[in-house]
Design a protein around this ligand. Structure first.
Ligand SMILES: Cc1cc2nc3c(=O)[nH]c(=O)nc-3n(C[C@H](O)[C@H](O)[C@H](O)COP(=O)(O)OP(=O)(O)OC[C@H]3O[C@@H](n4cnc5c(N)ncnc54)[C@H](O)[C@@H]3O)c2cc1C
Length: 312
């Protein structure tokens, strides 16, 4: 889509970039151009951008840290909002007295959707707050983590989210959704047509050393079992039901180290596809297709993608 001067003018106050390559906004380091790219810095800007795009029927795509997405080589049409600048620190609150049910050890952390999950996780570890140490080393934003119901070491976001604030893209209203109205499942929050703006987490005051130990132990495990320094989007496939992980099945199907041009199945963790520097999205998708085929032929199991493919 060609973005004309009239449209550029409408978005001028948000310093938009046109035809902007998206590779630097994803951990896979691939992705074609966004027609119109904007990085809003506060909730008011997000709302204003959405209203402007809706007025002229521009499609809207939301990217957080870009650590669980594969953006197509042809890029993304319409307005792309990268939310990594939508942050204003972490607010820590205690329960109101006499509200009933809340433990006195309960502490709430609230952050805008663009705050990095790593920052919140480290803040919790440094403050002696238990409940988030499992997230040590998971990249991306808190908004993306909620949408993906990110998880590790047997825990996930669904266990600590107490409420989120969203912008409903149909009504253009902001709505606060309490935990009991949110439907989380494995690596998924069922939330259509909305932008997560703010997240409130419920953690527990605990022994500071114990929390820190758990945080560093998890970080070390992650660093030694996953190719964290290479370009990837984390686990490419969801673990299928049953006791065998996707990584085990891929390895047993002989696909460890399989390549398609610059894309390769990691030799450290077979459920990671890594970009050796010159892969394009098609290489990664072709390799993922070969992996799925091999696993299906050997085990009759149809792996489902965890990574979200976005764009044309
Ligand atoms: C090295 C590495 C290790 C990883 N390890 C783990 C792990 O242990 N466990 C795990 O679960 N994941 C892991 N991941 C995957 C990824 O980091 C998580 O899923 C992360 O929570 C995604 O956050 P993000 O901000 O990058 O989301 P993005 O990748 O930007 O977006 C993911 C999806 O959420 C949507 N989205 C993002 N923000 C918003 C918002 N504010 N409102 C509405 N929709 C939004 C996007 O449109 C997209 O569909 C890993 C990734 C890497 C690269």
């Amino acid at each position: 889509m060609v973005i004309g001067d009239d449209i550029k003018k409408m978005f001028a106050s948000f310093a938009p970039e046109t035809h902007k390559a998206m590779d630097r906004y994803t951990s896979f380091r691939v992705g074609g151009p966004a027609d119109l790219l904007v990085l809003p810095q506060n909730i008011e800007q997000v709302i204003c951008l959405v209203k402007t795009a809706k007025k002229i029927e521009l499609p809207i795509t939301i990217i957080g840290g870009g650590t669980n997405v594969l953006i197509s080589d042809k890029g993304i049409r319409g307005l792309v909002m990268v939310l990594t600048r939508l942050k204003q620190g972490i607010e820590q609150t205690t329960p109101l007295i006499n509200t009933g049910g809340d433990s006195p050890d309960r502490i709430y952390l609230t952050a805008l959707a663009g705050e990095s999950l790593g920052h919140i996780c480290r803040f919790a570890a440094d403050s002696g707050l238990a409940g988030l140490a499992w997230a040590a080393g998971i990249p991306g934003t808190i908004g993306g983590a909620v949408m993906m119901n990110a998880g590790a070491f047997g825990s996930d976001m669904s266990q600590i989210v107490t409420q989120i604030e969203v912008l409903d893209l149909t009504t253009l209203e902001t709505v606060v959704l309490p935990r009991n109205s949110l439907h989380f499942s494995y690596r998924k929050l069922a939330l259509e047509n909305s932008i997560v703006l703010k997240v409130k987490l419920g953690l527990t005051r605990a022994d500071a050393e114990t929390v820190k130990d758990e945080f560093y132990r998890n970080l070390k495990t992650k660093q030694s079992t996953q190719p964290v320094s290479q370009a990837s989007a984390g686990c490419f496939f969801k673990n299928p039901p049953g006791s065998k992980s996707a990584g085990f099945l891929i390895e047993q199907a002989g696909m460890k180290k399989a390549r398609c041009n610059g894309a390769m199945v990691s030799d450290l963790h077979a459920n990671f596809i890594v970009n050796h520097g010159n892969a394009c999205a098609k290489d990664i998708l072709d390799l993922a297709g070969q992996v799925k085929k091999s696993v299906y032929e050997k085990f009759g199991i149809n792996l489902k993608e965890e990574v979200k493919t976005i764009g044309n």
